[in-house]
Design a protein around this ligand. Structure first.
Ligand SMILES: C[S@@+](CC[C@H](N)C(=O)[O-])C[C@H]1O[C@@H](n2cnc3c(N)ncnc32)[C@H](O)[C@@H]1O
Length: 235
């Protein structure tokens, strides 16, 4: 889903959100990301995600048309493939800030125009009106109040700046029923486990489906300047 700022959005409220987990209400302050990058296999997990999602993301970024000299923000950059790509697109006159709760993989990237911030998109502020492009992928689905994080990112855009948010659409991603019965049974077992886990943690598996409306309903976004691209089960 990509959108363009008018520069006139109202600022989101503070970190007052909450999330339902197994009947318990979690405040934003209690919320903890469950798949830490400190895990020993985290690099491998992020490589797999990049292999599946990067072609789709790069197509969207190419549609936007990143220019030399742009200031970009990669929110929750994870393994850093998109941050690295952006650094090369914006060139020496441009600048990329990559943030993450646990930015150890971002810190290992050697690009002269990259700055890495340890930031929590839920609890920390972003600078206002600073970026030509902000990208976030596969992170909003984990957040207590994704719409607040989206609003925060829109505020951080320059007027006319681009927001690209991409989240998995867990509804479209159900296993393909034309697989062989054995593959289908295995895929369904795996898929059911993922969905059950997301639900047990209070994550909204429908976010990818309604991302377009979350952004379109924000205000501060120019009419006609947003689009929803659905491929590879990313919304
Ligand atoms: C599933 S990974 C996606 C990584 C990357 N965006 C990608 O698509 O390749 C989620 C990333 O979000 C980060 N993250 C989770 N919650 C966050 C938060 N509240 N603020 C900033 N980063 C967060 C994690 O540390 C992790 O790197």
């Amino acid at each position: 889903m990509f959108a363009r700022s008018t520069g006139s959005i109202t600022k989101p409220e503070g970190a007052a959100g909450n999330q339902q987990v197994k009947g318990k209400v979690l405040s934003n302050m209690e919320y903890k990301y469950p798949l830490s990058n400190e895990w020993e296999a985290a690099r491998e997990r992020l490589f797999e995600l990049e292999a599946v999602a990067d072609p789709f993301t790069l197509r969207n970024l190419e549609r936007i048309g990143i220019r030399k000299g742009w200031h970009c923000l990669e929110v929750a950059g994870g393994g850093g493939s998109i941050a690295r790509w952006l650094c090369r697109q914006v060139g020496a006159s441009g600048h990329v800030v990559a943030t993450d709760l646990e930015p150890r993989f971002l810190e290992a990237i050697n690009e002269p125009n990259l700055e890495v911030w340890r930031r929590d998109i839920v609890r920390d502020a972003l600078p206002e009106g600073r970026f030509d492009l902000i990208h976030a992928r596969a992170v909003l689905v984990f957040l207590p109040q994704p719409e607040k994080a989206i609003a925060k990112m829109v505020v951080a855009l320059k007027p006319g700046g681009w927001l690209l948010v991409e989240e998995p659409d867990f509804i479209s991603a159900a296993p393909d029923p034309s697989m062989s019965p054995a593959s289908l049974a295995l895929s369904r077992k795996g898929w059911d486990a993922v969905v059950k886990y997301l639900q047990s943690q209070g994550h909204d598996r429908e976010l990818g489906r309604r991302l377009y409306h979350e952004v379109a309903n924000l205000g501060g976004i120019r009419n006609g300047d947003f689009a929803c691209a659905k491929r590879l089960c990313f919304a």
